[in-house]
Design a protein around this ligand. Structure first.
Ligand SMILES: [Cu+2]
Length: 119
């Protein structure tokens, strides 16, 4: 795809949800835990650096959700009460809004997630 501005690798893990939030230290990609649940992502916004390799560890606390951030070429299903890992590297500065792409109930449209990319 010639329009790709990011590298995205998706790995679905069959694991139970964990409730830890926040960045994980160590070498390798920056890892950030995000919990998806009716009807929000927690946290709802993260800031990363341009060119930084980032892995989002997406947990669901209830039903299946997904995360779609079109501008960053991110699209990943998060199975019910499971975890999905989404790796990306943004090569553009800006604010990129994502949403849940999996209809999950009455408040589905309010599930927004923002990735801010700084220099
Ligand atoms: Cu949804």
């Amino acid at each position: 795809m010639n329009c790709c501005r990011t590298m995205v690798v998706l790995t679905i893990l069959l694991a139970s949800s964990a409730a830890m939030l926040g960045d994980k230290a160590g070498s390798g990609p920056r890892r950030v835990d995000v919990v998806a649940g009716r009807w929000e992502f927690v946290p709802s916004e993260i800031t990363v650096k341009k060119g930084e390799q980032v892995t989002l560890i997406m947990h669901t606390r209830d039903v299946a959700h997904s995360l779609v951030v079109k501008r960053l070429n991110i699209s990943a299903e998060i199975p019910k009460q499971s975890t999905a890992e989404i790796s990306f590297k943004a090569d553009a500065v800006g604010s990129f809004e994502g949403r849940c792409g999996h209809f999950c109930g009455a408040g589905h449209e309010s599930m927004r997630f923002v990735i801010r990319v700084a220099e």
